[in-house]
Design a binder for this molecule. Structure first.
Ligand SMILES: [Zn+2]
Length: 406
């Protein structure tokens, strides 16, 4: 039996709609967990000492705000190679086409990643996952997608699994993303392979299947074929949709019963209404919008359409090398039109919804005790303090996984 009690919480942001308006704040609160599950989340004055398990670790928040652990529902953290030079060249004026012609871009990541062993891939991903945890992320979705070949894709999923098994790293949810970059050889042969042995093998390793539906990537028909094959093996779809252009991916997500549609910068209001009608979560990735330019992430538009919104890092070597959920929360407000409260909910309950996880994303008795203790009494600082180091310590499934630096 393990137990923890966090006293002296100035503002407990439960993100629980039953508590009140977002982010469901309880003042002068305490949080108690036993065996990784929350048993009490409420006012300190309402906590009966008899409800605190004997031998519980006592932590004092000293008036700071406490939030649910962040759920980063869209990442590509299993990669090898370094594209820092390419980033610098792009900033100096080189075009995407020039970089691709000289062997750069996603193809460079595919070359390096496909050559890596499971151990090499897992240790590269582990460093990124560790930085994520230090920034308050307690659950992370990890995609394959840099293999472009069956065995290499499976090694990435095996590496994701290995990262999730390390103690004191975020919980991992794996997604098979075979349709990401486009192969040099026969496109049809590659898709045939993915839709047969690919989905069968991935079903043993992943929860979701994903595809990059866009100009220069894969068509709606190709993505739909993958989803049909994957669903037969129990893999539920997610999709990269309407990022570079409006290509029909959002409407496909709605009719394919996808758990989420991600990016959506070029989505029309009709697209967003279809997502809402089908119960598809809209995942915004504001870091990629910053790096690539183009339309802002449609946070406000998704909420206006009635959708559940998640915000995620899209952590990847090409368009957003960032592990920071606090930064994404800031950008969701600054660019995506969300309020700080809405952005905080999008980073917690929204992320959990985008991964189909009902056991986390808010601080409520019965759920996993994943929590972030800030170093400030104001939860608004997560959004307001751009790039600030606002996380003091992190509790992962009821254990202190990141101790306080203070
Ligand atoms: Zn992505």
């Amino acid at each position: 039996m393990s137990a923890i009690v966090i006293h002296g919480i100035g503002a407990l942001c439960t993100c629980d709609p039953l508590v009140g308006d977002a982010p469901g704040v309880v003042r002068d609160a305490a949080l108690v967990a036993r065996d990784g599950r929350i048993v009490y989340a409420g006012p300190e004055s309402g906590l009966d000492r008899a409800d605190v398990p004997r031998g519980a670790l006592e932590v004092h928040a000293r008036g700071a705000a406490v939030l649910p652990g962040f759920v980063d529902a869209h990442t590509h953290i299993v990669w090898l190679g370094d594209r820092g030079d390419e980033y610098a060249r792009r900033a100096a004026g080189a075009t995407y086409e020039e970089i691709a012609a000289s062997g750069g871009g996603i193809r460079a990541t595919v070359r390096a990643t496909a050559a890596g062993s499971v151990e090499e891939l897992a240790s590269a991903g582990r460093e990124r996952a560790r930085r994520m945890l230090a920034g308050g992320t307690t659950t992370v979705e990890v995609k394959s997608g840099y293999g472009l070949e069956h065995e290499a894709e499976m090694r990435q999923l095996d590496a994701a699994d290995r990262i999730g098994r390390w103690v004191d790293l975020p919980d991992v949810v794996a997604t098979y993303l075979p349709l990401h970059a486009v192969p040099d050889g026969s496109r049809d042969e590659y898709i045939d392979d993915v839709c047969t042995r690919g989905v069968a093998a991935a079903a043993k390793r992943a929860t979701f299947v994903d595809a990059f539906c866009d100009t220069g990537a894969y068509t709606v028909a190709e993505c739909e074929r993958l989803f049909t094959a994957a669903r037969a093996h129990g893999l539920r779809p997610k999709i990269h949709a309407e990022q570079r252009s409006r290509s029909g991916g959002a409407l496909l997500a709605a009719r394919a019963g996808a758990v989420s549609a991600d990016h959506l910068e070029h989505a029309s209001n009709t697209d967003l209404e279809a997502l809402n009608a089908a119960g598809v979560v809209g995942v915004i990735l504001p870091g990629a919008s910053v790096v690539l330019g183009g339309p802002p992430p449609p946070g406000r538009r998704l909420l206006d359409a009635g959708c559940t919104v998640a915000v995620a890092t899209d952590c990847n070597p090409g368009t957003c090398y960032s592990e920071s959920m606090p930064l994404m929360i800031s950008l969701a407000v600054a660019l995506g039109g969300l309020t700080p409260a809405q952005a905080l909910v999008a980073a917690t309950t929204g992320g959990a919804a985008a991964l189909g996880l009902a056991d986390r994303g808010m601080l409520r008795p019965g759920l996993r005790c994943d929590a972030v203790i800030l170093n400030t009494p104001s939860w608004v600082d997560v959004a307001y303090h751009l790039g600030g180091d606002v996380v003091a310590s992190v509790v992962l499934e009821g254990r202190v996984a990141v101790p306080s630096k203070a």
